[in-house]
Design a protein around this ligand. Structure first.
Ligand code: ATP
Length: 241
């Protein structure tokens, strides 16, 4: 899969040398939104943490833009074009929206200005809030800021972990099309972990389902949407009892 932005081959990942994700092979192409689905504890967050280099893979390979990231530190992987919007959003609550955004910027002054403008164009609701402290934002605004900060680094590959966590469904419904736009307008690949299967598949091109650390189902978003039974079975399929 040489054209893939992200290509994961036979990955074992976990904690203290004990794999919680086993034999995982998935890929994301340019401009694609790919949903990584599965029940609690399936290993979705572990997979994202391993892709961004925060966790060291136990075995297998992760290729970003055609070359391996194995052995590289998270900062290096980020400089190569990977942004990770973590589940906890990792914002600095005492800093303003503007200051949080600046932390995502790379490059020289001119390109930074443009990158910030582009990020704010995707999330215009943040413009009137630039001087507000991040800690005073609503949950939805905080998620927008976390996404905008990820976008400000002009990533080629964007990882989004549980964007919907703690947000009202109406806010999630408003934000998901923006994920689609990011992929369409910038050509970035997006790998999105999501509990809301229906919502995720409404904007994704493809999906993978993990259960108990193993891939149990994959397909186009349409196939997965149309085949609710396989989808439900795949959630249960990994049950060991
Ligand atoms: P959720 O939606 O609940 O976050 P998930 O699919 O993202 O689920 P992970 O968070 O990747 O799942 O967890 C996978 C497994 O790894 C779980 O059994 C979890 O208990 C275990 N795990 C997670 N973090 C650690 C850790 N720091 N040390 C040891 N085990 C962990």
């Amino acid at each position: 899969m040489s054209e893939a932005l992200l290509n994961i081959v036979n990955l074992n990942a976990g904690y203290g040398g004990i794999p919680v994700v086993r034999g995982l092979s998935i890929h994301v192409n340019p401009g694609e939104v790919v949903a990584l689905l599965g029940p609690n504890g399936a290993g979705k967050t572990t997979t994202l943490l391993t892709i961004s280099g925060i966790l060291k893979p136990i075995a297998g390979d992760i290729q970003l833009l055609g070359s391996t990231t194995i052995g590289e530190r998270p900062e290096k992987i980020a400089r190569r074009g990977l942004a990770h919007v973590a589940e906890d959003r990792s914002l600095f609550f005492d800093l303003t929206v503007q200051e949080n955004l600046r932390l995502g910027l790379t490059g020289n002054r001119e390109t930074r200005g443009k990158a910030q403008e582009n990020a704010l164009d995707m999330f215009p609701a943040l413009r009137p809030l630039l001087s507000r402290r991040a800690g005073l934002l609503s949950g939805g605004e905080q998620q927008m800021l976390a996404m905008a900060r990820g976008l400000a680094s002009e990533p080629k590959m964007l990882l989004v972990d549980e964007m919907s966590l703690g947000l009202a469904p109406i806010i999630v419904e408003r934000m998901l099309p923006i994920v689609r736009r990011i992929a369409d307008d910038t050509g970035a690949g997006v790998l999105m972990v999501e509990q809301h299967v229906g919502l995720a598949l409404s904007v994704a091109d493809r999906g993978y389902v993990l259960a108990h650390g193993e891939l149990t189902l994959e397909g186009s978003a349409q196939e997965l949407r149309e085949n609710q039974k396989s989808l439900e079975a795949s959630y249960l399929g990994g049950e060991s009892h």
